[in-house]
Every structure is written in C-alpha cells, then in structure tokens.
Design a protein around this ligand. Structure first.
Ligand code: AMP
Ligand code: MG
Length: 403
C-alpha cells in the first residue's frame, strides 16, 4: 500500500478538525421542529396541568363523606352540579354533596377525591356511592407533570415528537433552534444526463445526485444547491466558487482518480484549495479527495454510485453530526453474525452492503462492485471487512456500520 494512503479513522479525524458546530440560531414553527437541535433552555410558564383535575368520569366528593361506603351500605349524596372537561363549576362541594365530573375537568372547590361512576348508581339528583375512596385518590394535582418555573428542556436537546408535545403543552408556537448545515452537491462527468433528458449513446443517467441529495435531506440537512458539471475543470470550479458563499460543506462526485478526465485535482488548483488528503485505505471510494476551500469542507467522492453512497456515510456523516450537534447522526458500529459468506480477498478495509436483523447479517445476491447500486436496495448496513482478510465465512462475527 502506498504510504500516502490514510486509514478511515485518520481521514475522519482530519475532516472533523476542520469543522465546528454551527452556532447561529433561528426561530422556527413547532410544526417543523422534528430533528432540530434546541438552542435555548425551556422553562415552564405555568403548572401542567394548570389545575387539579379528574382522571376519570365520576363524582367529585369529600372523602370523609364516603368512609365505609359499600354495596351493602351505600352512602347517599346530593348532586349539586355537573362539570365537563374545559369548563369550571362555580359550586363548592360541601358535606353531603357531590358534583358530577368528567375526565379532565377541574376538581371543584371542597372536593378531595373522585369516585368512579362504576362504583355508584349513576344518580342525577342524588347519587348512591358503593365504595370508599381515600383523600386525594383519583385526584391529579396541579403541576404533577411539571411545575411553573421548572426547566423542562435543555439546550442542545434533539427535538422529536415528545419534545414537540411538551413545547405545545407549554403553549409554545415557535422554538429557537440551531441553523441546519447547508450542503451543496455537485456531480461531475461528461457522461451524465439528468432524468427527463434523452439518453444519447455513451450517456448514463446521473444517479449520484439523487442518492446523495435524498440521503442528505433524510438526515435533516438543508440542501442549498445541487448541480451537475461536465468534465471541464473551469466549469466545476465556477460552480464551487458560487456554492461556497452559501454552504457549510460541498460534496462532489466523480473525477477523483488518475484518469485523463479526473478533473478534481485541477479544480482544486484553480480554486487554490488546501488539500487535506487524497486516497483512503477503504474500498469502495479509495480515491476520495478532500480539501478546505475558504474554510468550507470540499469532499470529492468517487463517481461510482456505491462508492459515493458509502463514503457519504463513512466520511460525510460524522462531519454533519459535528456541524449539526445531532449526536444520533454519528456512525453506529455493532457486531453481527454472518448468514452467508463473502469469498473475496480484501487488500484494504472493505465495506460490503448487507441487511441486518436481530444480530444476524446477510449479504444480498448480486455484485458488491462499486459501480453497482441495484443490489444495495433494502440494505441497512455495511459489513466492515478488515484489510488482509481472505474470506468472510458464514457464521463469523463481524463488525457492521448501521446505515
Ligand atoms: P469517476 O469517479 O468520474 O471516474 O466515475 C466512476 C464511474 O462512476 C464511471 O463509470 C462513471 O460513469 C460513474 N459515475 C460518475 N458519476 C456518476 C453519477 N453522478 N451517477 C452515476 N454514475 C456515475
Ligand atoms: Mg468521471
């Protein structure tokens, strides 16, 4: 192996050194909060629930009135009012009286418990009670979820549906979050045409643009610009010059190897970029080229569809994790037992598309070659095969990276 080839860990480290978590914030609608990172501590402006409430349908009473009540010797109370959720009774429960109450309704003054209607005769003027209930039984306290003034959510929390619900329960319509990483994607290659265009001889449809942009969007990134360039260094350089003004990271595919039309080396020169590394000891995507351009990371992936998809995960995802502050975007490695074999020799660390479930991992039928995308369909992990491995056998324990 040539000496200037670095391993994946080193490559990841070198990229991470170049980025900082994004600190700019923006206020967004709670409807758009899922997957965003909270940029404020959130304190409760009121008790939740704001008032003591009934957890069931029944009668609000004084516990001392129904001591010893049973089917054999019921207690009879006068029903003086009824209260449904969303309303307040103006009456007060005093000795010998009850107020009909529904789930979620405020417990009226004077009452210290609620008797479920199943333990009564459902009376309307008067009610017979067949069970005793202790004070504050069937009684939801004001503030039992949270108290006014309490810190409910901390800065840097990743917002999900539960957090959206909590913020809504506080009455919040908007929330302050960190700005999302802005990513631009450029595919390069004279052979590429976009879906919708005619497939002339020698051309192929550009799949990388779709794989990458779709993946970035599903990871919650803000895809700012997406474009395609021919194998003309000036054209690609111009596109990057514009994209760098508005992007936190720029990803390109194609043109990073050693062929006549591997233009990205020339593009870096035209831009006057600082090269971070070229080539990683990883298959697919060995010729990956990374640079820093005006302080923005420029990650140039191999054009091979599998190589581009794999290195978006292995190299780009950790960077997005740091930029966004979303720890859950970090790569997850676990072990699994193989259900079939991979008989090929691996000179460098090799990643093989596979499907993981319940501790077991299966390599799909079809090729793992870097130009093949179709057999990746349905795969949810990559098996990591260490350099120097001759063959991975069925029943072996291997490391996998979850996608
Ligand atoms: P390159 O990295 O430019 O040498 O391209 C390697 C292989 O990937 C070639 O067969 C290209 O035609 C193919 N390729 C490059 N870019 C794309 C793309 N955006 N979509 C699909 N295939 C591509
Ligand atoms: Mg090319």
């Amino acid at each position: 192996m040539a000496e200037n080839i670095i391993g994946l860990n080193k490559a990841q480290e070198m990229l991470l050194e170049k980025v900082e978590k994004i600190r700019e914030t923006e206020s967004i609608s709670l409807w758009d909060a899922a997957g965003r990172v909270l940029a404020e501590d959130v304190f409760a402006g009121h008790d939740q629930p704001p008032f003591p409430r009934s957890p069931l349908d029944g009668y609000a009473v004084q516990s001392r009135d129904i001591e010893g009540a049973s089917k054999e010797s019921p207690v009879r109370l006068r029903v003086i009012d009824g209260v449904d959720a969303g309303h307040v009774s103006a009456k007060c429960v005093s000795r010998g009286t009850a107020i009909r109450i529904m789930t979620g309704a405020p417990i009226p003054e004077g009452a210290d418990c609620v008797i479920g209607q199943e333990d009564t005769d459902y009376g309307e003027e008067n009610v017979e009670i067949f069970e005793e209930v202790r004070a504050y039984e069937n009684y939801c306290y004001a503030g039992e979820d949270y108290r006014a003034g309490a810190r409910i959510l901390s800065k840097d929390t990743v917002l999900g549906s539960v957090e959206a619900g909590i913020l809504a329960s506080l009455g919040r319509e908007e929330v302050l979050v960190y700005r999302r990483p802005g990513v631009s994607v450029l595919t390069t290659g004279d052979e590429l045409v976009l879906p919708g265009e005619a497939l002339y001889p020698g051309k192929i449809y550009d799949s990388n643009l779709y794989t990458l942009v779709t993946r970035l969007t599903s990871l919650g990134m803000d895809v700012i610009q997406k474009g395609r360039s021919g194998d003309e260094p000036g054209e690609a350089a111009e596109w990057i010059r514009e994209a760098v003004q508005v992007s936190d990271i720029i990803i390109t595919t194609g043109g990073v190897s050693v062929g006549r039309k591997d233009i990205m080396h020339e593009v870096l020169k035209l831009l006057g970029c600082e090269r971070i590394f070229w080539r990683i000891a990883v298959k697919p995507g060995m010729p990956t080229l990374c640079a820093s351009y005006q302080g923005t990371l420029l990650i140039c992936l191999s054009g091979n569809p599998f190589g581009a998809a794999v290195n978006l995960e292995l190299l780009v995802r950790p960077v997005l994790c740091k930029l966004s502050g979303r720890k859950e975007l970090g790569l997850k490695r676990i072990t699994a037992v193989t259900e079939n074999e991979f008989p090929k020799k691996s000179g460098v660390t090799r990643y093989v598309r596979a499907y993981y479930e319940d501790g077991r991992v299966r390599i799909p039928e079809g090729s793992n070659a870097s130009g093949i995308l179709s057999s990746m369909c349905g795969c949810n992990c990559l098996i990591e095969i260490p350099a120097g491995t001759l063959c991975v056998k069925k029943g072996e324990t291997v490391w996998i990276v979850l996608l």
